[in-house]
Design a protein around this ligand. Structure first.
Ligand code: 5AD
Ligand code: SF4
Length: 483
């Protein structure tokens, strides 16, 4: 609820009830507030969004930017200099929380230099009442606080703030609806994230996501297809379909659809060249999905398949609903059906009760599957999750030792997997000028591996063929080949 505040009486009769019409109304209204703000600043007001966490948050930030640019804000250089600063927060692990508090502390000192600055916080951490209470008390410079379920409402909240001149808080405990057709600004003109579902119903015992992102809700296939078609009209050739668990997509729809069925439809979109998706929960990965990936070359040869642990005992405690053996069988099946598929994973080390023998099981899976890449995390205790209450919490020093063992095993495996491509000719979607050398451009293979090839800006957003000549562990130096 919005802190007991309401719009001016005279504004009310025209405010549309329906979304997104209501938000377009507020974007128009906000233009007036913005010009007053820019006059006070004596320059066109700028914005900057700092995004923590996952691809979901990155996509949400694109929508926030879309709303702000529709109102008329212009992109600013940094959070230190911009006038309207948003932090889109993450709370999946404690270090994400701490990074935010560090940044807020820094801006507190800047308050006197930039008295007109507006600071907004949104995202997962804001769905935690204790964090919001702490922020309200300790960071008076924060002006607008909203959560994960109402990012589409930024224009409305900005109007309310501009009108009231005091802090606005609007956090919904649960999602009320999916609001379609909110504007967005893409970081890359040629690729885009596309949400297919929101929230998560899996309740892995260590994870806070189901509590802060709510129950799983799927978008209607027609809305997804329409969004992708529009994106392709606008120059997008690669999409990343986003959901906490894409494999359970469509279950709650009035006309249930499976994820493979959705993929088949998306693959028909002529102008679309590449389809990626994440994340796949191993318990819901079907034979049909394996078939659809195998049969559609547009679907990228990359599957992110979080293992979390290789010990069946720990997997049960994690509430993952698969075993070491069933994960291995699935991975082997994937390798057999689609040999060129890259499999990447997430691994947590130091889950309550985890012993060295459990980590040995994880190492065994790493060696057998030979992951192409892995994100390795030290378990972070999240308040009010079942794992936080479990006995035998592992001391940090012990987790560090086991973490290093896991890290070196995944690095060794992914180096070996990457090297297997040496000498092959593959397609690279060029994304940007290389960081290392401006006479090179960098892009990604279908497998998601980074390749640097000689070339200039004109190649950005195009797919080129390259010989993968030099493997440097996690990336290649390639030579261009004519198609
Ligand atoms: N501690 C450590 N890692 C976690 N993840 C989720 N919750 C936690 C936690 N409490 C990891 C999982 C997940 C990834 C996005 O973050 O590996 O797949
Ligand atoms: Fe968290 Fe598990 Fe849901 Fe992934 S599947 S978001 S790890 S609860």
């Amino acid at each position: 609820m919005i802190d007991g505040k309401n719009m001016n009486e005279e504004m009310r009769p025209e405010i549309p009830e329906r979304e997104p019409e209501r938000q377009y109304y507020f974007m128009e209204l906000a233009k007036g507030f913005l010009s007053e703000y820019s006059e006070r600043l004596k320059h066109p007001a700028t914005y900057h969004i700092t995004t923590f966490g996952c691809q979901m948050n990155a996509r949400d930030s694109e929508k926030l930017a879309g709303i702000l640019e529709t109102i008329g804000f212009v992109p600013g250089q940094s959070e230190e200099t911009a006038d309207f600063v948003i932090f889109n927060t993450c709370t999946v692990r404690d270090n994400a929380d701490q990074r935010l508090y560090g940044r807020l502390g820094h801006l507190k000192g800047e308050r006197y230099r930039h008295p007109e600055r507006i600071i907004a916080l949104c995202g997962c951490l804001m769905q935690e009442p204790t964090a919001v209470a702490r922020i309200k008390k300790s960071y008076p410079q924060v002006d607008i606080i909203f959560g994960t379920h109402n990012i589409y409402k930024l224009a409305e909240l900005f109007c309310l703030y501009a009108q009231e001149g005091s802090r606005v808080t609007d956090i919904l405990p649960e999602a009320e609806r999916i609001v379609e057709d909110i504007p967005s600004v893409r970081k890359y003109p040629f690729k885009s994230g596309v949400n297919i579902s929101f929230g998560c119903d899996n309740f892995c015992s260590y994870c806070i996501v189901p509590y802060v992102r709510g129950r799983e809700r799927s978008r209607e296939p027609k809305d997804i297809l329409r969004e992708i078609e529009r994106l392709t009209e606008d120059g997008v050739i690669e999409v990343m379909l986003l959901g906490q668990n894409v494999n359970s997509y469509g279950k709650g729809l009035s006309d249930p659809v499976t994820f493979p069925a959705l993929l088949r439809e998306i693959a028909q979109i002529e102008k679309l060249k590449r389809i990626r998706f994440m994340t796949s929960h191993p318990k819901d990965l079907s034979e049909d999905l394996i078939r659809v990936i195998r049969d559609h070359p547009k679907i990228c040869r990359h599957l992110h398949l979080p293992l979390q642990s290789g010990s069946s005992r720990i997997l049960t405690a994690m509430n993952r609903h698969y075993t070491k053996e069933s994960y291995l069988a699935l991975a082997m099946r994937l390798r057999q059906e689609i040999p060129e598929l890259a499999i990447t994973t997430d691994i947590i080390v130091g889950f309550p009760g985890e012993t060295e023998a459990d980590v040995d099981d994880t190492l065994d899976v790493i060696r057998q599957v030979q992951f192409d890449g892995a994100f390795t995390f030290i378990y972070s205790k999240r308040a009010n999750t079942p794992a936080a209450e479990m006995p035998d919490q592992v001391p940090k020093e012990e987790s560090r030792v086991q973490f290093d063992r896991v890290l070196s095993a995944v690095q060794e495996a992914s180096r070996e997997r990457a090297a297997l491509r040496t000498g092959k000719i593959e397609e690279v979607l060029i994304e940007e000028i290389s960081d290392h050398d401006p006479s090179y451009v960098s892009g990604r293979l279908s497998s998601n591996l980074v390749v640097h090839v000689p070339g200039g800006e004109e190649l950005i957003g195009t797919i080129v063929r390259a010989r993968l000549s030099e493997c440097h562990g996690f990336y290649y130096i390639g030579e261009r080949r004519e198609s």
